[in-house]
Design a protein around this ligand. Structure first.
Ligand SMILES: Nc1ncnc2c1ncn2[C@@H]1O[C@H](COP(=O)(O)OS(=O)(=O)O)[C@@H](OP(=O)(O)O)[C@H]1O
Ligand SMILES: [Mg+2]
Ligand SMILES: [Mg+2]
Ligand SMILES: [Mg+2]
Length: 393
């Protein structure tokens, strides 16, 4: 009897996770469309660089706030605002400042344009457009601090904002965390290129030095949404929804798997574009000592996690400067997706990332390593151990 009720509750949990996954994927598809519209607007604009600087000097744009408001509103409507708890990157400080009226107006307009299109994604639209106080409320409702018990969503509305403003790679990342474990991960990658070689092609900076032919916009802007449910042993990829098309679940999803390459000399590793976010010299030393021969693939955002899950690269490494604390929304969705696609993600000591300690990945040892399998993973961890003491990180 007890076993039966346990089974029943397990099934109920699964059913609710399936529903939540579906809502999450629909919301991320909608967010991808929102970001594409804003990114096109930014690139075609001259003069205004299209971003504000936060206190830590990192950029934030209309898209970051608008996606956060839209996803927050959609999740609250679909799951009931009392049942929804969200941890997300952005707050309303800059938007509520006197003098930011124009900015807020632009966010409200973007959110309403996006929500008006919600039925195309199988989601409810508001009966009347949201006012600015409702938009601010939707953003600031994402004020959960996470923690070890209960369920909450972790949202990075635009991950890789720097890539976004440069017309390059970025991601929309949404994860559901339950009792400290990531149970669902959804990653929208609107600029994921058709050919993996173009992942390392940087529109703005590498145009001159790259030997690759510049991709045309229609082949470049392929995009995908990748998602996984923990324990299913499967990760799925959908194409982005075409303009004017209606979303039909599961929108031609197909399974993705990590690469089978475990020979370091054939493996490709990816890392952040900016030296300030991860030490390029340390990973170059590691790459050399492990016998990695290919050039690193420097890609903005969690698209790096997507590349491993899709089998387009084998290793992702990030070694931030000492003292920098990684945030859960920068990794949660990607970790679940890589694991279900057959890969491994740990810190540099080989321990799983801990999503149960609040907004930071507390206790992270040195850096983050993701790989397509245990053979490569063990080699990286051994290489880190032997290189660490001689490095000055
Ligand atoms: N100093 C420092 N060190 C390490 N990491 C930092 C640092 N500052 C910011 N961040 C976080 O890195 C997120 C972007 O990571 P990326 O891998 O896209 O970096 S890069 O732009 O390709 O260099 C970025 O996410 P977004 O803010 O969502 O873009 C930040 O959360
Ligand atoms: Mg981020
Ligand atoms: Mg972000
Ligand atoms: Mg940011």
């Amino acid at each position: 009897m007890e076993e039966q009720s346990h089974l029943l509750s397990h099934e109920t949990e699964r059913f609710s996770q399936d529903k939540e996954l579906e809502v999450g994927v629909r919301a991320v598809q909608m967010a991808c469309a929102l970001c594409q519209r804003v990114q096109e607007g930014l690139i075609s604009k001259t003069g205004n660089n299209g971003f504000q600087s936060k206190d830590d000097n990192s950029p934030v744009t209309i898209a970051d706030w608008s996606v956060q408001a839209t996803v927050s509103w959609v999740l609250s409507k679909a799951c009931g605002s009392r049942n929804v708890s969200i941890v997300a990157e952005e707050d309303v400080q800059t938007l509520s400042k006197t003098g930011a009226a124009g900015l807020l107006e632009a966010v409200v307009k973007t959110v309403n344009e996006s929500l008006a299109d919600a039925p195309r994604f199988g989601l409810k639209a508001p009966e009347i457009p949201l006012g600015s106080s409702e938009v601010l409320e939707a953003i600031s409702r994402c004020n959960s601090n996470g923690g070890p018990t209960g369920r909450f969503w972790a949202l990075d509305p635009v991950d890789g904002t720097l890539g976004f403003v440069r017309g390059d790679q970025y991601a929309i990342a949404l994860a559901l965390i339950e009792d400290g474990e990531v149970v669902l991960g959804v990653l929208g990658c609107p600029n994921y290129p058709m050919r993996k070689e173009w992942l390392g092609y940087h529109h703005r900076y590498h145009r001159i030095v790259s030997k690759l032919t510049p991709p045309t916009s229609e082949s470049w802007d392929k995009g995908c949404v990748i998602y996984a449910r923990r324990g299913s042993g499967k990760a799925w990829m959908q194409p982005l929804l075409h303009v004017n098309k209606k979303f039909m679940w599961p929108n031609s999803a197909r399974p993705v798997q990590v690469s089978s390459i475990d020979n370091p000399s054939l493996a490709t590793f990816c890392e952040p574009v900016e030296k300030a976010n991860s030490s390029h010299s340390f990973t170059a030393g590691l790459a050399h000592s492990m016998g990695l021969r290919k050039q690193p693939l420097r890609v903005y955002s969690m698209v790096k996690y997507a590349a491993i899950a899709r089998g387009d690269a084998e290793i992702f490494m990030k070694f931030a400067r000492a003292g920098y604390k990684e945030k859960i929304w920068d990794h949660a969705a990607g970790v679940a997706i890589i694991q279900e696609a057959g890969g491994v993600v740990t810190d540099a000591r080989g321990r799983p990332l801990d999503f149960s300690k609040g907004i930071y990945l507390e206790g992270l040892d040195r850096g983050i390593i993701a790989s397509s399998g245990p053979t490569l993973h063990d080699k990286i961890i051994k290489a880190v151990d032997s290189s660490w003491d001689s490095s000055s990180l």
